[in-house]
Design a protein around this ligand. Structure first.
Ligand SMILES: Nc1nc2c(c(=O)[nH]1)N[C@H]1C(S)=C(S)[C@@H](COP(=O)(O)OP(=O)(O)OC[C@H]3O[C@@H](n4cnc5c(=O)[nH]c(N)nc54)[C@H](O)[C@@H]3O)O[C@H]1N2
Ligand SMILES: Nc1nc2c(c(=O)[nH]1)N[C@H]1C(S)=C(S)[C@@H](COP(=O)(O)OP(=O)(O)OC[C@H]3O[C@@H](n4cnc5c(=O)[nH]c(N)nc54)[C@H](O)[C@@H]3O)O[C@H]1N2
Ligand SMILES: [Mo]
Length: 775
């Protein structure tokens, strides 16, 4: 490791004392420790509020206080005492604010008033809610076509907000619904719908207690889904196998500890023995899974020849699947050389993983962004499915597929119809229920929305939460595209860069956070969310709103809808008076939600069900379908420019421990031993030498792409890190300027944030300013 003071090896266990210390630090600096504690204690409890941290689910009957460092930080961050008031905006021009870092911007606190941008003075000034809605309505109604507006959603929005939003936007006339899911688990949805007929995970929380093996592929739960560590560790304790595929040795996956077991924390945890950690090449998981399948096929043939018990689940294959022969032909046709080269794993490693897989009767496969943010992510997800089908590991207790979602309601937002490619049955149901025509033409995803704004085909951008300017790729281009708009609107809790990348007109519409009490005409309201296991539950805010001016997300959307659509069959105000009316509409139009309001009374909420989990396959053939895709020919085919340049390294962009997506809680990444800075580039020590650098050197990164545009970020410190050669890792969003807009997953349009070909240059001294501060 580098000798810099900012880089220290982390010696504690993941999610142990270090985690509690992290929470305490954030707590004390929040200004409102007691108030926050009250909110914390109710997190994820019945009649409490749903943790805005991540989409991981909980056991419904469990009355234990459930929290983790992630949740504590999210709650604390939202219920800060710091406020961004009209005076703040009077003091700072937009140009001034643009010079500040992302960290500084969000740290300023909660936005208190609706604000409108004044281009003459370059300041935001207070606007009334009515005037704001009128402005939105005017811009929308002035468009030549509804398809000239983009309606973004970030996955923290509740079901009620999402439903109202899609209803308004479809009544207005477009399916332009770019959403954070486009940059996230899009490939999981597509890979699973095309094979098992359902785009959601097939397991529920209880399955983890029954699994004999749990594979964790391209996911870093210690930081991003800390509550998942508990079932993983329980699995290890009862002798189940946890198998990790991750090029980085992630602390939280190496040792399993949990803050609610203080005695074990004191002893610092024994290294579990029954875990296995495989470190593939970036994008190498499809090859790794194919290798496991190849061993299974070999052993199946040997078993048949020797008259031994079969490896495949023949009853399941016979009764429930199609396409097996074509798939096995493809497995045979895939050479070991190709598998080894692309997976970055030895045949021995793959055999070991295959052996662990076969010895387990019930296997759960979990994955996240390490799988979904590649060019070939759909076939990679399909290969995970193929493998599970071979052994009948879908639709039985303790086994299944678990794409672990990110944002706390990203899955629910899709269920509610935030979908640029809505299924026909959904549109039919909306038309039938509301008696107005809805657009049938598919709309824009996130990449297409940026392209449309860039080419001035889109003129209005509305963001329901999130930070579109920073979460998306090719930052400089994306920012320029957003600036082309006539109007940009951000419905937000906290200040971020998206508020500063304005159209000619711009609005910031401040909303209640999930922690806050939401009172409407007919009383206090709860909102609902769906977790990664398809459990739907209700959440009530606990704290007094930070400003009297705030409105709820559903109320803001209803205000826009009413102003824009005028006299309309939907009575928007009536829906907002009592959200159970919105839920009645959801019940009328979306399968699984019959008796929605009644079902919410059940402790912990209710399960939406999953056809594939009961072995009903909603595919054209009525069976689970093997997908017989060849491995990509060459993983780095897109990495050689037209000038014939070869990359120095392939870069993945990931999350530090102190961030929630573009929200930076702090500048540390404790488990990876980085403190007080974010402009670091992790590379294998040998590789640093090979490239002619030393750890601690500052470098600029340039990405290689076929369009010849220079994409560069400057002044990153090289940190020697235990990882395979040929790779590099750095944090997002600072590195987003490197991701070319056109570099996205086949079929998914998900930016290839885990696979960017880069070259390194020694930084010139004047380049040492962090790039994200300067744009
Ligand atoms: N604290 C915190 N919690 C969060 C978030 C957050 O930012 N902060 N974000 C939320 C959201 S929206 C999401 S989507 C999830 C994200 O959760 P993760 O997917 O865990 O997030 P990343 O940091 O992107 O981590 C990806 C992991 O995949 C590994 N990886 C990268 N490329 C490859 C590859 O090609 N193959 C394999 N096998 N591994 C690879 C990386 O080394 C890293 O450990 O977390 C959610 N929860
Ligand atoms: N290079 C690279 N890029 C990535 C990724 C990556 O791994 N690498 N990951 C991608 C992924 S997985 C995702 S999900 C996206 C995330 O993209 P987004 O969801 O757009 O981004 P966030 O950073 O989660 O949004 C943070 C902002 O949300 C607002 N906010 C917070 N809470 C609320 C609320 O309750 N209501 C409202 N209305 N606003 C709220 C605050 O103003 C805050 O500034 O980024 C993607 N971009
Ligand atoms: Mo995500």
């Amino acid at each position: 490791m580098s000798n810099s003071d900012n880089i220290k090896e982390y010696s504690g266990p993941a999610a142990g004392w270090g985690a509690l210390k992290g929470v305490t630090k954030a707590w004390v600096s929040s200004k409102k420790p007691i108030k926050n504690l009250r909110a914390m204690l109710k997190t994820n409890q019945n009649h409490g509020f749903d943790c805005p941290g991540c989409a991981w689910g909980d056991v419904p009957e469990n009355h234990m206080v459930k929290f983790c460092e992630n949740g504590a930080k999210a709650v604390n961050w939202e219920s800060t005492g710091r406020l961004v008031t009209p005076e703040f905006f009077a003091k700072h021009s937009v140009a001034d604010l643009l010079k500040q870092s992302d960290y500084w911007l969000e740290y300023q606190g909660r936005i208190t008033h609706p604000m409108r941008y004044n281009a003459q003075t370059d300041h935001y000034v207070v606007v009334s809610w009515d005037d704001a809605f009128e402005l939105v309505a005017k811009h929308l109604n002035d468009l030549e076509s509804p398809n000239q507006a983009e309606f973004y959603t970030s996955g923290r929005a509740s079901n009620e907000a999402a439903y109202i939003y899609q209803l308004f936007v479809r009544a207005f006339g477009t399916n332009n619904f770019p959403d954070c899911s486009n940059m996230c688990h899009e490939a999981s949805g597509q890979g699973m719908s095309s094979t098992i007929g359902v785009g959601k995970g097939t397991v529920v929380f209880d399955d983890f207690a029954k699994a004999d093996a749990i594979f964790v592929i391209g996911q870093n739960p210690g930081t991003n889904h800390p509550r998942m560590l508990e079932p993983l560790r329980e699995a290890v304790e009862r002798g189940a196998q946890v198998v990790c595929f991750n090029p980085l040795k992630e602390r939280g996956l190496e040792r399993f500890q949990h803050p609610q077991r203080p005695f074990e924390m004191l002893s610092n945890g024994a290294e579990p023995t029954n875990t296995a950690y495989f470190r593939p090449a970036l994008g190498g998981d499809m090859a790794a899974m194919r290798g496991i399948a190849k061993f299974l096929l070999q052993w199946e043939r040997e078993a048949q020849a020797a008259g031994k018990a079969p490896i495949f689940d023949h009853d399941f294959l016979q009764q429930h699947t199609t396409g097996l022969d074509a798939y096995l032909t493809e497995v045979d046709a895939t050479s070991w050389a190709h598998i080894v080269e692309q997976s970055g794993l030895s045949i021995n490693d793959i055999q070991l993983a295959a052996d662990m897989y076969v010895r387990a009767e019930r296997v759960i496969m979990c994955w996240a962004m390490g799988v979904t943010q590649h060019k070939h992510s759909v076939p990679t997800v399909q290969e995970i499915v193929n493998l599970q089908l071979l052994r009948g590991n879908v639709g039985k207790p303790g086994a299944g597929l678990s794409p672990v979602r990110g944002h706390s309601n990203v899955q629910g937002d899709r269920t509610m119809g935030i979908d640029e490619q809505p299924p026909e049955w959904f549109l039919d149901a909306i038309e039938q229920r509301f008696q107005f025509k809805v657009p049938r033409q598919h709309g824009h995803n996130a990449v297409q929305a940026i392209q449309a704004m860039e080419e001035k085909r889109a003129k209005v951008f509305i963001g329901l939460g999130g930070n579109f300017a920073q979460a998306t790729p090719d930052s400089h281009r994306t920012h320029a595209a957003m600036k082309n708009c006539d109007l940009t609107v951000q419905i937000s809790t906290k200040l971020n860069r998206s508020h500063l990348i304005t159209g000619k007109d711009a609005l910031i519409l401040p909303c209640l956070g999930r922690t806050e009490i939401d009172r409407q005409a007919e009383g206090q309201q709860g909102i609902t969310v769906e977790d990664t296991f398809s459990m739907v539950h209700i959440s009530f805010g606990q704290l007094k709103p930070c400003s009297k001016e705030l409105r709820s997300e559903p109320a803001i959307l209803a205000g826009m809808a009413k102003a824009t659509l005028g006299n309309h069959p939907v009575d928007w105000e009536d829906l907002i008076a009592d959200y159970s009316r919105i839920r009645d509409l959801i019940a009328d139009t979306i399968p699984g939600f019959a008796d929605f309001n009644k079902n919410l009374q059940k402790p912990g909420g209710f399960y939406l069900g999953n056809a594939a989990a009961t072995r009903q396959w909603r595919t054209p053939t009525g069976k689970a379908q093997f997908a017989a895709a060849p491995l990509p020919k060459q993983l780095i085919n897109q990495t050689v420019t037209d000038k014939g340049e070869k990359p120095d390294l392939i870069l993945q962009t990931l999350r530090s421990h102190d961030q929630y997506n573009t929200t930076l809680y702090g500048l540390d990444d404790r488990y990876r031993g980085v403190f007080g800075m974010r402009e670091v580039l992790f590379v294998n020590a040998e590789e640093i030498r090979r490239l002619g650098f030393q750890s601690g050197d500052k470098v600029d990164m340039i990405s290689l792409w076929e369009d010849g545009v220079e994409r560069k970020v400057k002044g990153f410190e090289l940190v020697a890190y235990d990882m395979p050669t040929g790779q590099a890792a750095a944090y997002y969003p600072e590195t987003n300027p490197l991701v070319p807009l056109e570099s996205y997953g086949d079929g998914t349009f998900t930016p290839t944030s885990k696979f960017i070909a880069i070259k390194l240059q020694k930084s010139e001294p004047d380049n040492l300013i962090a790039s994200y501060k300067s744009h």
